[in-house]
Design a protein around this ligand. Structure first.
Ligand code: DI6
Ligand code: FE
Length: 407
């Protein structure tokens, strides 16, 4: 099997492979990398003898799959700290949105920002994510809402990945809010998304998937069904912001289109959970938005678990409802707010997050043949990754077997 490009010795592994015990732990282990992929892993004593171009000792530290943030809105102009204060004074998120603030205020700030300003602001957030052990991030558009700005946001998202040694998957979120240009006519705007914007984004090769915001203050299930039909006709995967603030049949809609994921799900009904289970759609839970909006309706975690729906966790990093760039903080919040176990939390930002992006064959676990995206931690046990908030035990990350240049 050797020669390898890299061997990491003296490591403890949380492989997160299903069916291999809690966290898929292998202690006193080594990992060998060739051409960016894991070529061998196991107990150090079983490492096949032979040459490696480079050898590193993990000095007894833990390696996990590089973390995957499967739902972010990383690229936007300005911030909404003023609205945040208004909300703390009792004005509701919906009321702010209906009076022209909310998403639309970020759309105005985003359209007015230059590419360099957007890159610099999102770069800061991306570096914070990297320091949390994240090696893959999904980034949605949706703060442009005209064709030119949506294309710009998706290009900037891709460029950020190149600048930071980060795997970036882009999602076209055209159906995020109805812009003033359409004078509040959501159906006309959906026509524009399906007939013009989505085909152009797809032709430019800038979207890996299509998302939509299903909510009373956003788009109806009928409108989103049209968006999803257009996406499917172009061969694009779909995902959905579903049932966050009200029960709107979002989970059922996502399942009907075999969506990669349905995200939020605070108000999802038992029938919605059953539909997700049947469709194999991942539930992406977003505790950052839950705490920021001071929600009290918890997503149906027990039922999702019981029905075997894979549960991912993500930051939902956005200026309105989740000004959070720390995926580690999200893991800790998921334990206290949603009663998820530390192992479920780590699976939620590795194996299940990969599935929420349709990349589970390439990333998300430590297994031979998968891309060697790793995070190395100075901890005694992987349960600690959902325990501390704000203590950073990350030693370094590896993307495709290369130690990240930013650390
Ligand atoms: N994700 C979203 O896209 C919306 N809520 C959420 O959790 C709106 C975000 C915003 O207010 O900008
Ligand atoms: Fe979101």
């Amino acid at each position: 099997m050797p020669p390898w490009d890299l061997v990491i010795t003296d490591a403890n592994l949380a492989t997160m492979r299903p069916g291999s015990g809690p966290f898929g732990i292998v202690e006193n282990a080594a990992i060998a990398v060739r051409e960016g992929r894991i070529a061998w892993l196991g107990k150090s004593r079983d490492l096949p003898a032979g040459e490696s171009h480079a050898t590193l000792s993990a000095e007894g530290q833990w390696l996990t799959p590089g973390l995957i943030d499967s739902h972010t809105h990383l690229v936007f102009g300005g911030n909404r700290a003023q609205e945040f204060e208004q909300r703390l004074n009792g004005v509701s998120y919906e009321a702010i949105a209906r009076s022209g603030g909310g998403i639309m205020s970020t759309v105005r700030a985003t359209r007015a920002a230059t590419d360099d300003e957007l890159l610099a602001a999102a770069g800061k957030r991306m570096r914070a994510m990297q320091q949390n052990g994240v090696t893959t991030v999904e980034i949605k558009s949706g703060y442009g809402l005209d064709l030119e700005t949506e294309l710009r946001l998706l290009r900037i998202a891709r460029k950020l990945g190149e600048q930071h040694d980060m795997n970036v998957y882009t999602t076209f979120l055209g159906a995020h809010a109805v812009p003033q240009d359409f004078a509040g006519d959501a159906d006309d705007f959906v026509d524009f998304i399906c007939g013009e914007a989505m085909p152009a984004v797809h032709a430019a090769g800038l979207a890996d998937a299509v998302d939509a915001y299903c909510e009373k203050i956003a788009f109806s299930t009928q409108q989103i069904a049209r968006v999803f039909e257009a996406a499917r006709a172009l061969g694009l995967d779909v995902k959905l912001h579903a049932d966050q603030l009200s029960a709107c049949g979002g989970a059922e809609l996502a399942a009907r289109f075999a969506a990669l994921s349905a995200d939020h799900l605070e108000y999802t009904s038992p029938a919605g959970v059953a539909a997700l289970a049947d469709a194999g759609t991942v539930a992406v839970l977003l505790p950052g938005a839950f705490v920021t909006l001071r929600e009290t309706q918890v997503p149906p975690v027990d039922l999702l678990r019981e029905k075997g729906v894979p549960i991912a966790l993500a930051t939902d990093c956005n200026p309105g409802t989740s000004p959070i760039a720390s995926l580690r903080a999200i893991m800790a919040l998921a334990t206290s707010q949603f009663r998820m176990t530390p192992e479920e939390c780590l699976a939620g930002v590795t194996r299940h997050a990969a599935r929420a992006l349709g990349i589970e064959n390439e990333r998300g676990t430590l297994e031979e043949g998968k891309i060697a995206d790793l995070a190395q931690w100075d901890i005694d046990h992987p349960r600690e990754l959902s325990y501390w908030m704000g203590l950073n035990e990350l030693s370094c990350t590896f993307c495709a077997g290369r130690r990240s240049r930013d650390q």
